[in-house]
Ligand binder design. Structure first.
Ligand SMILES: C[S@@+](CC[C@H](N)C(=O)[O-])C[C@H]1O[C@@H](n2cnc3c(N)ncnc32)[C@H](O)[C@@H]1O
Length: 268
């Protein structure tokens, strides 16, 4: 898979859980429209540590099945451990690449991909084209991604604004598109799907103490690329610690987009 920059850690796993709970609450109607329902067969490609995978497994129930794919061994290990600890017998996860998952074609009621395309500069359409082949006729591809340039935090210390700006510059220099959320409908349409819904929204989420976010998770990759130095990391670490101590929590405004793309035809 492409060189993925975000390193898993306890605070990253906690962030995925927070995002998954937000998604379940905010996207309930969209999930239902796409076909997330008891008995459904779902692939979650780029499943990360499995926070969404677990919610999907609960939604499809014992008569359904959810398969997670991720290219990062530590994410696969975390998702596997989550499945084992929650006793989810209808969920499994395997190592694989988003543009050639090895999953059977036309076999899934819903193929979901969340917050992955923004890390795959230049291969976005190839990935979406592949995912579209996994969907059964009449089934749906469900893509979620952010408009990173429109993400905001308030209040935000200048140091942490600097961290996020440097992260955006780093992603852009790697060829990734920080505005990928805006392109989801176009990508689905170009893959031959019928766009049923294309929606964007901005949840308002109080940042719990300890939350660090993707820019911080990418610090080692940014350091290795020479985009930042150790002094930057120390400076941002101090700013996070000061922010953790604030009793009034900063608010996050993650600009989010989703598309439901339907594969033409009806199930055979
Ligand atoms: C930001 S995380 C999102 C995790 C999950 N989808 C969620 O929303 O909670 C992105 C995940 O996609 C995986 N990933 C990124 N590019 C990939 C690729 N080309 N093939 C397979 N996995 C990929 C990463 O390893 C990471 O676990």
């Amino acid at each position: 898979m492409a060189d993925y920059a975000l390193q898993l850690s306890d605070d990253e796993v906690a962030r995925y859980r927070l995002m998954a709970e937000q998604a379940r609450d905010q996207e309930a109607a969209l999930w239902a429209q796409a076909g997330v329902a008891p008995g459904a067969r779902i692939a979650d490609v780029g499943c990360g540590p499995g926070a969404i995978l677990a919610l999907l497994a609960a939604a499809v129930g014992a008569g359904g099945e959810v398969i997670g794919i991720d290219g990062d061994e530590s994410a696969v290990a975390a998702a596997t451990a989550l499945i084992a600890s929650t006793g989810l017998e209808n969920a499994s996860v395997r190592l694989g690449s988003a543009d050639r998952t090895g999953l059977p074609e036309g076999a899934f009621d819903v193929v979901m991909m969340r917050h992955v395309l923004g890390h795959n500069g230049g291969t976005e359409q190839r990935i979406v084209d592949h995912l579209a082949t996994l969907v059964r006729p009449g089934g749906a591809l469900y893509l979620v991604d952010a408009h990173l340039k429109a993400i905001a935090t308030y209040p935000e210390p200048a140091e942490l604004e600097d961290l996020f700006d440097r992260y955006l510059a780093f992603l852009t220099a790697r060829g990734s598109d920080p505005r990928i959320g805006l392109r989801l409908s176009h990508l689905a349409k170009s893959a031959g799907l019928t766009v049923e819904v294309f929606r964007g929204w901005i949840p308002i989420v109080p940042a719990p103490p300890g939350l660090r976010g993707p820019a911080w998770a990418a610090r080692e990759a940014m350091l290795a690329a020479g985009a930042i130095d150790e002094a930057d990391i120390r400076r941002w670490d101090r700013a996070f610690e000061a922010s953790d101590a604030a009793t009034e929590r900063p608010l996050l405004f993650p600009s989010t987009f989703a598309v439901v793309g339907r594969r033409p035809g009806s199930p055979s």
